[in-house]
Design a protein around this ligand. Structure first.
Ligand code: 5AD
Ligand code: SF4
Length: 451
């Protein structure tokens, strides 16, 4: 069917361009890579200019309300464009479209949107476009027909770093989080399908791999394959050509000694761990349904530091969760100081529909804003100090791209995920180089190429 349609519309796609805007996490970024592959396979080419594109697509996130509001704003701003150019196709997909409420807002208030689909039927995008072209009527389809074991095809941002899905969904039901609602129950992909994909990518020249899942530590739960996450990680690390291996995200309650040992014993697994703490107060952690105490969190973080010297730790923190007192907040600050994070993603609590916490009374905005700022005031000097430790050292960096402000400067990452700025020719993008670090800020380190 699809091949026939492809043939029929071959001329239609000639010279047509697409533009994609991605909100949210790495899972969404990777979904966008899959969407790009499908669009380019049809014949579209990418353009940076949204308003010039023939196919404009938004891949949405609903973890916090501001991402949702931003999406509505950006879609609304295309109303006139669609009126003047009805031949352009506008599409909205992703997590937001997985909830009835957000989908209804698009259906009722955004007639400029032509195609709506979800997170589980990305593989059908080609068919949805053909359906739209055939009927010229809106297409809304959030069915669940992607086979999770499919050997997924995607256009990676570059030809040396790849994201690899190992599972989807989440079974944790943290009380603030809408992900289990939007991405559904946890499903692990077959280990051999993942291994095959990485082997294929290595044969294509890829060097760095990031295994993706909402909670990678529970990989393999409720399946009949006898593979835990540490086992999978060790197996992937052994694939010749895997120069760097990363993974995200991890739930502290499931972080096992076995995983720490696998990281310690495999040099190509990066010395970096993103371990979302969310809060330093046991009362709050309990209300968040996180299933660990702050003592247990600190014990896990210490174990990582002991077993893997030089490891960099990052975290997620929510400020202003309902019922958080000043004392609870202070405990978060104290816990951050005890761990000594290299970086952190900090969020103001945002009530999400249908979550348990949405029923709790919220805290005054001013109080939340004040705590949020005070947290940053504690964290930034901490990051600065961590980065200062790199000055004078020579580190290995995988160069990724030209810096936005100055094309003579390239940016890359250390295995500890430090963002590095270095003057180097752009031919070195995609290569590992040695950089002697001479300077730092709270967010970057910089230095000179070692020849
Ligand atoms: N409000 C604020 N932050 C949230 N996160 C998830 N849900 C919410 C919410 N309702 C944060 C958590 C999570 C990260 C991906 O987003 O810190 O780890
Ligand atoms: Fe959301 Fe918690 Fe699942 Fe992470 S572990 S996706 S915060 S429910």
């Amino acid at each position: 069917m699809e091949t026939l349609q492809k043939e029929k519309y071959k001329d239609y796609f000639k010279g047509k361009t697409y533009n994609i805007t991605t909100f949210g996490c790495q899972m969404n970024e990777h979904d966008s890579e899959r969407i790009s592959y499908i669009l380019e396979d049809l014949g579209y080419t990418y353009t940076n200019e949204r308003e010039e594109a023939d196919f404009i697509i938004f891949n949405t996130c609903l973890v916090r309300e501001n991402a949702e509001l931003k999406l509505y704003g950006q879609v609304s701003s295309l109303k006139r464009l669609k009126r003047e150019h009805p031949e352009k196709i506008i599409s909205v997909c992703g997590c937001m479209m997985q909830t009835t409420e957000a989908r209804q807002v698009i259906i009722d208030k955004h007639p400029e949107v032509d195609i709506v689909f979800g997170t589980k039927n990305i593989n059908s995008l080609g068919d949805l476009i053909f359906r739209y072209l055939e009927t010229e009527e809106r297409v809304i389809d959030v069915s669940t027909d992607d086979v999770k074991d499919d050997f997924e095809k995607y256009n990676s941002t570059n030809n040396f770093q790849a994201y690899v899905n190992i599972m989807r969904g989440c079974d944790n039901y943290c009380t603030y989080c809408i992900v289990p609602e939007s991405r559904g129950r946890e499903e692990s992909r077959r280990p051999y399908s993942i291994i095959e994909e990485v082997e294929y990518l290595v044969s294509q020249g890829f060097k760095e791999f990031t295994l993706l899942g909402q909670n990678v530590n529970s990989y393999g739960n409720n399946t009949d394959y006898d593979f835990t996450f540490p086992e999978l990680l060790a197996r992937v690390a052994k694939i010749p050509g895997v120069k760097r291996l990363r993974f995200t995200s991890s739930h502290p309650k499931d972080l096992s000694d076995e995983l720490i040992e696998v990281m310690r014993d495999n040099d190509n697994i990066c010395n970096y761990f993103h371990l979302p703490m969310q809060s330093g107060s046991n009362d709050v952690l309990k209300k968040m349904n996180r299933h660990y105490t702050i003592e247990k969190y600190l014990e896990r973080a210490n174990k990582l530091k002991e077993e893997i010297p030089g490891i960099a730790l990052s975290t997620d923190i929510i400020v202003g969760f309902p019922t958080e007192t000043e004392e609870d907040f202070q405990k978060t600050v104290e816990a951050c100081k005890k761990v000594g994070f290299d970086s952190a993603y900090t969020f103001k609590y945002s009530p999400r529909p249908k979550t348990v916490a949405a029923k709790y009374p919220t805290i005054d905005d001013d109080i939340v804003q004040d705590r949020f700022q005070r947290l940053l005031d504690e964290l930034y000097p901490m990051f600065n100090e961590k980065n200062a430790e790199y000055v004078g050292k020579t580190v290995e960096v995988l160069l990724e791209s030209e810096s936005k402000n100055n094309p003579e400067i390239l940016t890359g990452r250390t295995d500890t995920f430090k963002l590095v700025h270095v003057k180097a020719p752009k031919e070195l993008i995609g290569e590992f180089v040695k950089v002697k670090i001479t300077d730092h800020t709270s967010f970057t380190i910089s230095g000179d190429l070692v020849k």
